[in-house]
Design a protein around this ligand. Structure first.
Ligand SMILES: *Cc1c(COP(=O)(O)O)cnc(C)c1O
Length: 425
């Protein structure tokens, strides 16, 4: 459920018609709903209520500081995967003791920044990273609170580009080596390794792979404890999927997901760290765009819109399918047609939908791509020298631009001609 619904024939974000935002900020633009973000965060918070659990929103899904701030205001922590995301989480008001730092290639500078900020936990993903963490913590005179991200070798049954917990993926340390890494860490002065973490992938719509991974973590915790290691926290990662289109995959609820976590790991006396990203932000956003042309091709009709793969990469990158709806509700007598919805970028892959049934549209009409709140604006680029779409946030009947459009002039202002190319010299 989200808060993008028709009222009087106009698609609204909460109480604000998307047409009104379009006339003020232009197209394309992203629009997020505070009520949907809150509803999804609360679904997780309620599902884990009464347990020693910390819900750390995975900032990479949507890192706008207003989005992080809305969640932080409800008590959310943050899972960050770069120094930049750490900066954003802190700026948005997430307390450092609720921040977990994940990622396969944290640099020395990023590790130092996290230690100085006093984050709750740094999840290491390799032996050299463990060494680096020890060295940097020692040089700062602190003890790093760490977890080990293990690769549990389970198949998440998701798109290959977002599967992360299978042997051969770059993430984590092979689960069979966990014990050895703990022994090495226990000889280190500046690292306190007391956690085990997994994150097996994203857009997972079946609870089985989660269960397999958590059972593996449970087994590891038992072995490590039997050997005298303190294990005080278990990080189950994120990965719960969302529904992108009618008739597509349906994801389990946060409540059902929580049951899976609890039954595998709830009785171990450990703090649980839950890192949902997509499940919180995905359905809390839409990408609004205008039709530029309707082109009758040889065998198909192309609806050419002013948003493109540089604004929303998921269809081109993952073959993802998103529902697309008109900002004006189709009348009962509308003429529905099968069309391809495509962007203006010079790439054959710049296609949002193939053979999709849409009510007849014309130049100037507004369309919204649904479920564009996660892994959407964050992947925006300037490709084809297109501006970066602005982001807006709605709350009730109010809306605010939370990132301005970043223009080509802004971009060119950072480019220079080398002296040997300057004319007249
Ligand atoms: C990306 C990521 C998440 C969030 O994944 P979602 O599928 O968006 O829930 C959580 N934890 C880690 C370590 C991640 O890399």
């Amino acid at each position: 459920m989200d808060h993008f619904q028709y009222h009087g024939g106009r698609l609204r974000a909460e109480d604000v018609p998307l047409e009104d935002i379009a006339s003020e900020v232009g197209t394309p633009f992203y629009c997020y709903s505070t009520a949907t973000l809150e509803r999804h965060y609360r679904a997780f918070a309620d599902a884990f209520a009464g347990m020693d659990a910390m819900i750390c929103y995975a900032v990479k899904a949507n890192s706008n500081i207003a989005v992080i701030g809305a969640l932080a205001g409800l008590g959310a922590g943050a899972d960050v995967v770069s120094g930049g995301e750490l900066k954003r989480a802190l700026a948005a008001g997430v307390p450092p003791e609720k921040i977990v730092f994940s990622g396969v290639g944290k640099s020395e500078d990023e590790i130092a920044a996290a230690l100085k900020a006093g984050v709750a936990r740094i999840n290491i993903e390799s032996d050299p990273e463990l060494d680096c963490l020890n060295r940097v913590a020692a040089s700062l005179g602190v003890t790093a609170s760490a977890g080990i991200r293990v690769n549990p070798d389970v198949d998440a049954n998701t798109h290959e580009k977002i599967s992360t917990g299978k042997r051969g993926n770059k993430f984590g340390i092979e689960w069979t080596r966990t014990h050895e890494v703990f022994i090495r860490a226990s000889a280190m002065d500046a690292v306190s390794l007391t956690g085990v973490a997994v994150h097996i992938g994203s857009q997972i719509t079946d609870l089985k792979p989660f269960e397999e991974a958590f059972v593996r973590v449970r087994g590891l915790a038992a072995i490590l404890r039997a050997d005298g290691h303190l294990i005080d926290s278990l990080d189950v990662g994120g990965g719960l999927g969302v529904s992108y289109e009618d008739g597509g995959d349906v994801a389990p609820s946060p409540a059902d997901y929580a049951k899976t976590v609890k039954s595998a790991l709830g009785d171990l006396g450990c703090k649980l760290i839950i890192e949902p990203g997509r499940a919180i932000a995905g359905n809390a956003g839409v990408l609004v765009m205008r039709v530029i042309y309707v082109k009758e091709g040889a065998s198909r009709t192309f609806v050419i819109v002013d948003a493109a793969m540089n604004d929303l990469l998921r269809p081109a990158l993952y073959g993802a399918r998103h529902a697309i709806v008109p900002a004006r509700e189709a009348s009962s007598g509308a003429n529905w047609r099968e069309v391809d919805v495509v962007g203006p970028v010079c790439e054959t892959g710049d296609v949002f939908a193939k053979q999709m049934l849409l009510p007849e549209v014309k130049t100037g009409d507004l369309l919204a791509i649904r479920t564009a709140g996660a892994y959407a604006a964050v992947m925006g680029s300037f490709y084809n020298s297109r501006p970066l779409a602005p982001e807006t946030l709605v709350k009730g009947d109010a809306f605010q631009v939370v990132r301005e459009r970043i223009s080509v002039d802004d971009l060119m202002a950072r480019e220079t001609m080398p002296p040997w190319l300057e004319s007249g010299g």
